[in-house]
Design a protein around this ligand. Structure first.
Ligand code: ZN
Ligand code: ZN
Length: 235
């Protein structure tokens, strides 16, 4: 089946995202934008995934369970699971690896953990977009080892992407690379390229997505579908 996917969306838990980004509002907007499968990928924490899971289930929206992890070199990496529980466990491990830098809400923004009814259950204490303690290589290894899709974020952006932070793109078995510019960087041409919204506000959802031909939304089938994108790509 042909499907429109957007696997890079932030909820209100990310300090830089709008507080309007509740799971139900995200799902409603994604359906209005005719997306077929979405993923919540908050910085450094997966505590809003249970609410997202419920919001997607009640609306009949397919989803993956993600996190945007930050390496020690401040490279962002999308880590995407097709089951909630392993994503939560991986998320706790990533959160533990974050530098112990407390959030200052007045300066960086609130980090509310909410349920599907938008009731606040608590707040993440550490600043979620702080760097982690894992190197980029160890992080990519851990994501793939966990059976998740590994997609380095906005690799061509001037900050927080692999090329800006490392100076080059290491030759590793990524599931795909997220690109934001109109031109695909020469060094990225070896991998499938995806474009996602990186939505921090509701109006961003749908501005960018990728179309894949996939049997299902399991990570196994998606890995195959993403690899096909690579083959069809113009050299
Ligand atoms: Zn990012
Ligand atoms: Zn992001």
């Amino acid at each position: 089946m042909k499907a429109r996917i957007d696997f890079h969306i932030h909820s209100c838990l990310s300090p830089c995202a709008s507080l309007e980004m509740s799971p139900r509002a995200i799902v409603a907007r994604a359906q209005a934008a005719r997306l077929d499968c979405i993923a919540l990928t908050d910085h450094g924490c997966t505590k809003n995934l249970p609410a997202m899971h419920e919001a997607c289930a009640e609306a009949g929206m397919a989803c993956l369970y993600g996190i945007e992890a930050t390496s020690a070199e401040e490279v962002h990496v999308l880590c995407l699971f097709d089951q909630l529980q392993p994503a939560l466990e991986f998320g706790d491990w990533i959160y533990d690896s974050l530098l112990n830098f407390p959030n200052v809400p007045e300066r960086f923004g609130e980090q509310p953990i909410i349920n599907v009814d938008e009731e606040i259950l608590g707040f993440a204490d550490k600043l979620l977009f702080a760097a982690g303690s894992l190197s980029f290589f160890d992080l990519v290894d851990a994501v793939l080892e966990a059976g998740a899709l590994c997609i380095p974020s906005h690799i061509d952006r001037s900050y927080s992407g692999a090329i800006s932070q490392l100076g080059f793109l290491p030759d590793l078995p990524y599931s795909a690379l997220e690109v934001v510019g109109s031109r695909i960087p020469e060094e990225a041409k070896k991998w499938p390229v995806v474009r996602f919204s990186d939505a921090h506000e509701l109006k961003h959802i749908g501005r960018c997505f990728t179309e894949v031909d996939t049997e299902s939304f399991s990570t196994e089938h998606l890995r195959t579908a993403l690899a096909k994108l690579g083959k069809n790509k113009k050299k």
